[in-house]
Each structure stands twice: as C-alpha cells, then as structure tokens.
Design a protein around this ligand. Sequence first.
Ligand code: NAD
Ligand code: LMR
Length: 338
Amino acid sequence: PSNNSQTVGPLGLERRDCRAKGGSAGFKVAILGAAGGIGQPLAMLMKMNPLVSVLHLYDVVNTPGVTADISHMDTGAVVRGFLGQQQLEEALIGMDLVIIPAGVPRKPGMTRDDLFNINAGIVKTLCEGIAKCCPKAIVNLISNPVNSTVPIAAEVFKKAGTFDPKRLLGITMLDVVRANTFVAEVLGLEPREVDVPVVGGHAGVTILPLLSQVKPPCSFTPKEIDYLTDRIQNGGTEVVEAKAGAGSATLSMAYAAVKFADACLRGLRGDAGIVECAYVASHVTELPFFASKVRLGRSGVEEIHPLGLLNEYERVGLEKAKKELAVSIQKGVSFVNK
Ligand code: NAD
Ligand code: LMR
C-alpha cells in the first residue's frame, strides 16, 4: 500500500503526489498478458478500481500502446507498462496481487486441455518470476486449462520454497457469473440478486453448479436442471463457437476477473465476510485442488467452505468431475516435475 509523497511532475517541478490516495487501501496490482483480449478490458477495469494505487501491465507484445491509452484515464492508479521477458521481474517487484490472463485461447473444436502444451510453459515462466520477485503476492490465475495451470503454479512455487496455498487462486468466477445469469433468466429474477455456487473445476463436467443451493431459495424442474447444468458447463464453448475462430470469452471474463480481484483486495484490506468460489489447494475432497466457496481475508484464502448438502443429481456430477479433475491435476504436476 502506498502513501502520498513528494514527486517530480512531468515539467520537472516538485509536487506533492496526491495520486493513489486511500492510505492503506492502495494496492499494487500486476496483469501478466495485459495486451490480450482479456488483458486490455481487465486493465481498463482495474484502473477504475479505487483500491488500486499502482497498476503494472506486462505482456510480450503491445504494452506501450495499451499503457499509454489506459494511463490517460482520470482515476488514481499509476499505470506502468513492461514489455518482454527482460522486463518481467521489474513488473513484479512489490506487487500485492498478480492477475494472469497470459496464453492462447481456444478455437472451435478445441478443448481447454488442447491449450496445455503452449500455456503450461507460459504459466511456469511467469510463476518463476513471481516466486523470485513477489513471493507474498496473491495470484489470480486465469490462463487455461485452469484445472492444470493451478497445479503447475503450485509446483513451481513449491520448488522455489515459496508456496502458500492461501495465495494461489484459479479463477472460476466466470462460471458463477454465467450461472447467476442463466438461473436468473429461468427464474425471471434480476441476476444481481442471484447467487449460484459453482464447484469442482473449470472445464466441461468439472464445472459443477449446485442448483440445490441457489440463493434466493428456489426449485427447478428436472428439465430446467438439465438445461441449466448443460448451459453453465458449456458457456465457454458457446462463446468460442459464436466468435468462430476469433478467440474465447474476453469481456465477460474481464468483468468476472475484476469482480474476483476486487474481492481479493477487499479481503487484503481486512473487510469481513467476503466469500467467492475459486479453484484452490483444498481438503474439501480427496483431490489436492478443488473449486468451492472460500472466505478471503488479509492472508488470501482464510477458510474453505465445505460443499454442503448435495442432491443425488449433484452427487453423480461430483463423481464425474473428480474423475476428470484428478487427471488434469496430475498432468500439471508431472509437467513441472518431468
Ligand atoms: P489473447 O490471445 O487475446 O491474449 C493473451 C495474451 O497473452 C496476448 O496478449 C499474448 O501476447 C500474451 N502472452 C503470450 N505469451 C505470454 C508470455 N509468455 N508472457 C506474457 N504474456 C504472454 O487470449 P485471451 O482471450 O486474453 O485469453 C487468455 C487466456 O485466458 C487463455 O488461455 C484463455 O483460455 C483463458 N481464459 C480463461 C478463462 C477462465 O474462466 N479462467 C476465461 C476466458 C479465457
Ligand atoms: C471460458 O469459460 O469462457 C474460458 O475458459 C475460455 C474457454 O476456452 O472456454
């Protein structure tokens, strides 16, 4: 968190630096992959967040332009751009939160796992940088396949001796955002009033909406349950197909990522009662990683909520999800230890 201080203005005059006010509420945030389809709107929305005092934008291409553009927004966060591997460490030093949307997206016909070969290496390199330069930062990992990239990040941090399970979170918020939207449509409610827990992971059958636990309490017909489960599990594919080769969800993802990052920052600030779903190191099932509701606080994930009571439909879904997750987790772990 930064405080006001003396600074030299663009004309070389000494000025009191009143930017990034907010005292202890000013956090330093880095986005890795900031020039991409998710990265750009994410950078814009983070620049609008009053909890952010410093925003570092890192990518292997185009960050000078994105940084110049975003830096003209009249909000408090100071924006700095970093281009290419040689500037990665500089981008990471001192960060409180690192958000990672770096990597290739799907095209129609691909699964998220088809991205593994390219994105695994990208995530590994970026996490090595984090371990070296900001080992205490909270990491929000967006790059797919999340079910494997989070175990990759954990293994990198373990090797470096910096792994803190409370600080590594795979982003499944888009599944929750979609679930809230689709359930609200079916119920005829305002989406902001709906809260659907989505557990498991972030790919196909591993995305497990708990429709029996929707708030406000409600009931669905078997047909509605089939429709909603299928739509939530395949929401990503729906966007990939609609974009027809031009990538996957970027705008709704940036929205979801900012919602989640804001929750992490409010937790770091010490706000109470912040609970969101995320894919984390977990004992909720026998698997080493699992997405469920977590309480966020000053040290990151402070509590992992149990799954609660599941109905028969959800219990069957859970078994399917665990089977696929186990393979994806092992694939990530083996990649780092091969
Ligand atoms: P994109 O291709 O538009 O942008 C990716 C950016 O990453 C590019 O700017 C690229 O230059 C950058 N990049 C590549 N290698 C890098 C490296 N080594 N270091 C830093 N930056 C690097 O893709 P996108 O649409 O923004 O999607 C990014 C990733 O997010 C994909 O893997 C996608 O599958 C994933 N995604 C996840 C979710 C989720 O819910 N978790 C949702 C949507 C997309
Ligand atoms: C999503 O859910 O939209 C992302 O994981 C991107 C994808 O490949 O579907």
